[in-house]
Design a protein around this ligand. Structure first.
Ligand SMILES: Cc1cc2nc3c(=O)[nH]c(=O)nc-3n(C[C@H](O)[C@H](O)[C@H](O)COP(=O)(O)OP(=O)(O)OC[C@H]3O[C@@H](n4cnc5c(N)ncnc54)[C@H](O)[C@@H]3O)c2cc1C
Length: 388
């Protein structure tokens, strides 16, 4: 008889891997599918993890670069504002290595792994989901879309779709020379990075040099070349070796509202789980995937479809309100002079606290423990209402 998986996850980025290993550790029969043949290919992230993620999740130390405490924020005229934290704030993940480590943990927990296989479509029959994959068809009780910013699974499940994106491109180097401690250098410049920033993340071992912005307002590869030549006086790349090129779309419209139904749900970029202001998506991947794993485990063990109602973007959107407003403002800041004045203001003590808060604040993706207690509460309520 053909296997019926409890859960099939499409996409083995950070969101899919985190969810797969948690579900399998709960004893569920999980299939993980990705179109890539190796997880070291086509990585969609710089991999900067913030302190809160490093504290709350088991990210192996050998998959992370040295800690970073310093941020230099450059105005369009390249006047720097130096910000220093008392804590180790960031570490740049060695993402290929981290994905492979999480995949090993998935396999150890019993996850079935199908690389080099694309999701094509699905249909529902007799309460089961029939999945058409590029290499075969499979049956599953529940489907999870972890297939990134332009999720095909979201479209087929008739759930919400991301509509606002920035695009990011970067080169990764070894052997660069940059004086001083490991640091993040962020450049505000409406030409190089309209609506976002250009960045150098240098942890002493690897250097990521990238630009991001609204795709309709710039040509990313040309902007990256331009950026590289503009920072020649800051970073010495003459003897550096480029080891990777990375690129991807980043959804910045906030967590989508409708992200679950009785056939499947969305996690990671597919759910729009990215901070609209900083465009950080790694912390949301870890937290939303953990939340999804507990909701799906509960749903499959009880069969109560009401449990899925708790898994809604509405839980998180109110906590994103200020960041969505900040994104609206960032999208309109296209004049160099205006940004220069803004940067000058940030040097005043009262405003530099704001910059400190943006870079070093502990607030990240809304804490899922709040949502989990909502889940516990609603489960109790649901049981009382529906199963007296
Ligand atoms: C250039 C760039 C830099 C970034 N830097 C940072 C950063 O430093 N810190 C931070 O917090 N956030 C950063 N982000 C955002 C963050 O990286 C993402 O939010 C996060 O990686 C999303 O993970 P994911 O698992 O949801 O998606 P992805 O990593 O995109 O994984 C999706 C997976 O689905 C697979 N897939 C897609 N379609 C199919 C299909 N039809 N069939 C089978 N498989 C499929 C893909 O192959 C891929 O492996 C950055 C984003 C970009 C683009």
């Amino acid at each position: 008889m053909r296997t019926c998986y409890d859960v099939t996850i499409i996409g083995a980025g950070l969101a899919g891997l985190q969810c797969a290993r948690l579900l399998a550790r709960q004893g569920l029969n999980v299939l993980l599918v990705d179109r890539k043949n190796t997880l070291r290919q086509k990585i969609h992230t710089t991999g900067i993890f913030v302190r809160r993620t490093l504290v709350d999740f088991d990210i192996p130390d050998d998959c992370l670069g040295p800690a970073i405490r310093h941020v230099s924020l450059y105005s369009p005229a390249q006047r720097p504002l130096e910000l220093v934290s008392q804590h180790d704030e960031f570490r740049v993940g060695r993402m290929g290595q981290l994905y492979e480590r999480y995949l090993q943990q998935c396999l150890h927990a019993g996850v079935h792994w199908l690389p080099q296989t694309s999701y094509v479509s699905h249909s529902v029959a007799n309460g089961k989901v029939e999945l058409q994959l590029s290499s075969r068809s499979v049956t599953t009780r529940y489907l999870i879309g972890a297939d990134g910013a332009r999720s095909r699974v979201a479209r087929d499940l008739k759930l919400d779709l991301n509509r606002e994106f920035i695009v990011g491109v970067e080169s990764v180097f070894q052997g660069t020379v940059l004086d001083g401690p490991p640091r993040l250098l962020c450049f505000l410049d409406p030409k190089l990075a309209p609506g976002y920033i250009a960045w150098i993340a240098h942890d002493g071992e690897e250097t990521h040099l990238g630009v991001g912005g609204y795709p309709s307002l710039f040509e990313p590869t040309a902007a990256l070349n331009d950026f590289r030549s503009r920072v020649e006086g800051i970073i010495d790349l003459r003897n550096a070796k480029q080891i990777e090129a990375r690129a991807g779309l980043i959804p910045v419209g906030g967590v989508l509202r409708n992200i679950a139904n009785s056939t499947g749900l969305l996690i990671g970029d597919a759910a729009g789980a990215v901070s609209p202001l900083t465009a950080g998506g790694l912390d949301p991947c870890m937290r939303l995937s953990a939340f999804a794993a507990s909701v799906v485990t509960e749903y499959l063990s009880t069969g109560h479809v009401e449990v899925l109602q708790v898994y809604s973007g509405e839980l998180f959107r109110s906590r994103f309100a200020s960041r969505l407003w900040a994104r609206r403002i960032a999208a309109t800041l296209r004049q160099r002079q205006l940004l220069e004045v803004g940067c000058a203001l940030l040097r005043l003590p009262v405003f530099s606290r704001l910059a400190h808060h943006v870079f070093f604040g502990r607030g990240s993706f809304p804490d899922v423990t709040d949502s989990l207690s909502t889940l516990q509460h609603s489960k109790g309520e649901l049981c009382r209402q529906h199963f007296p």
